[in-house]
Design a binder for this molecule. Structure first.
Ligand code: ITT
Length: 206
C-alpha cells in the first residue's frame, strides 16, 4: 500500500457493539489507517427494512457526525423456520445477549428444522457522506439446542457453522473470521479499500 501521507487516515468503526469492533480492528490491522471508535453514546435510529439499508444509515450518520471515513456493519441471524426472524431485529430481540439467546431458544423449543444463516452488510462512507463501498456476506448454520462455547459475542454460542460441528463461540477468532458472514463480507470489501488507499485522486479529495 503506498499511501503517501505520513499521518494515517482516520477510519471510524460505526458501531457500538464491542464484539464487532474487536473483529474489525483485527480485519483492518494491515491497513495504514488509524482506527477509531464512534463517539460515545452516539445513537442512530436503524429504521431500514434490510441489513444493507441499515448499514448505509449508520455509515452516513457517523461520517456526518465525525467528518471521517466511516465503516458500518448491520448484521443479524435469520432462522428459516421463523420466516427469517430475528433478522434485522436481531439486536432488538431482547435487552442482552443472554436474553436474546434465551428468547430464540424458547421460540425454537419444539422446532426440529434448525437451519439459519448470519448476514452482515458492510458500508464504507466518505467524510462527505457518500457511499464508497457496499458488500454483504452470509454464513450458513444450525441453531443448537443449548449454548456451547464462551468465545465471540452475541448469538455465537447457539450458532453451529455448517460442516464444522462447532459453534462460533467454540472457534478461535481466525477460524470465525475465515467462515463468518463478517469475514466473508470483509474479503469482498478489502480490494475496494486497497484501491481507495492507492488512489491519489481519492486521497487528495479528503
Ligand atoms: P451497532 O448497530 O452499533 O453496530 P448492534 O449490536 O445493535 O450494534 P446490529 O443492529 O447490526 O448491531 O445487530 C446485530 C445483532 O446480531 C446483535 O444482536 C449482534 O450481537 C448479533 N450479531 C451480529 N454479528 C454477530 C456475530 O458475528 N456473532 C454473534 N452475534 C452477532
Amino acid at each position: 500500500m503506498n499511501q503517501k501521507k505520513s499521518k494515517k487516515l482516520k477510519l471510524v468503526i460505526a458501531s457500538s457493539n464491542a464484539g464487532k469492533i474487536i473483529e474489525f480492528r483485527k480485519l483492518l490491522d494491515d491497513f495504514p489507517l488509524e482506527i477509531i471508535g464512534q463517539p460515545k453514546d452516539f445513537y442512530v435510529e436503524e429504521n431500514g427494512k434490510t441489513f444493507a439499508e441499515n448499514a448505509r444509515i449508520k455509515a452516513i450518520a457517523v461520517a456526518k457526525e465525525t467528518g471521517h471515513l466511516s465503516l458500518s456493519d448491520d448484521s443479524g441471524l435469520c432462522v428459516d423456520s421463523l420466516d427469517g426472524r430475528p433478522g434485522v431485529f436481531s439486536s432488538r430481540y431482547a435487552n442482552s445477549d443472554k436474553e436474546r439467546i434465551s428468547r430464540l431458544l424458547g421460540e425454537m423449543e419444539n422446532i426440529l428444522a434448525r437451519s439459519a444463516y448470519f448476514c452482515a452488510a458492510l458500508c464504507l462512507a466518505s467524510p462527505f457522506q457518500e457511499i464508497l463501498l457496499e458488500v454483504e456476506g452470509q454464513c450458513k448454520g444450525l441453531i443448537t439446542n443449548s449454548p456451547r462455547g464462551n468465545k465471540g459475542f452475541g448469538y455465537d454460542p447457539i450458532f453451529e457453522v455448517v460442516g464444522s460441528g462447532l459453534t462460533f463461540a467454540e472457534m478461535g477468532s481466525d477460524e470465525k473470521q475465515a467462515r463468518s458472514h463478517r469475514g466473508k463480507a470483509f474479503a469482498l470489501l478489502k480490494p475496494g479499500i486497497e484501491k481507495l488507499l492507492n488512489s491519489q485522486f481519492f486521497l487528495s479529495s479528503l
